[in-house]
Write a protein that binds this ligand. Sequence first.
Ligand code: MN
Length: 290
Amino acid sequence: MVAFAETMEVEPAELRSIENLHGIIVGFPYESERILRRGVSRAPTAVREASRSFSGVLYPPKRSLAPLRIVDLGDIKDLDLLSEIMVTAYNRGIRTCIIGGDHTITYYTVRALGEAEKEIGVIVFDSHLDFMDEWPPGCRIGNSTVMRRIFELPFVKDNIVIVGVRGYTFGEEEIEFVEKEGIAIISMDEIVQEGFLPCIRKAYRLLSERTRCIYLSIDMDVVDPAYAPGVTTPEPGGITSRDLIYGIRWLSKRVRVFDIVEITPDYDMSEITSKLAAAVIMEMMCPGEE
Ligand SMILES: [Mn+2]
């Protein structure tokens, strides 16, 4: 395995013995059966490979991975082990990045974090709602139902904001549900009117008034397919890569546990999507001074 950028590859069992750890990167290559565009399980490898040209230094302002002690734990498929890592990292104040996998992984990671915190707020960057009860019929835990399952977690409930919603693949049922439950949604229309950063600020403010712990889930399809072609379900009319990076830069100073999901390397070109994902991870892991 190639470790992410200039980070060190470490076995999960070694975590305990590393002091002053700043960040953990872990791949969770989970892929649901039903996805049309296959290959999301290869995303962690693609993102790591896309980060190979990175020096580990961001500029400006200058920030550096090297002195921060960030480790890459490789890919993990064992849910119990992933939960244990997340809880340990959270309790030790270590930044955590999970590279999916399809969006289903967010259910498992947020649920795991619930062992460490009584209340969790979830900010989701996504063009979709993922609020179906079952999709396809009979499937309750999948990438189209993931937010519905997270909403049902007693330590999350309606502490959810979905940012970037738009498109052509919704189920009527999920629209009715989020409207009935009053789930906070910042649509793409609103982003076009107000700008992405003001919308992120709004999302953060909304949740930080209610919860101490905020989890961020970045579905790469929030980005316009022109800037992120390699995703499972592309939706035209999204944010730019610039919007995402500068928005993340602000949020990175406030949020320290996040995932990045739904990247399909086979549909990517010139590493456009995986490179953007790698840049986002750099920004999130090296927040710098406020
Ligand atoms: Mn999506």
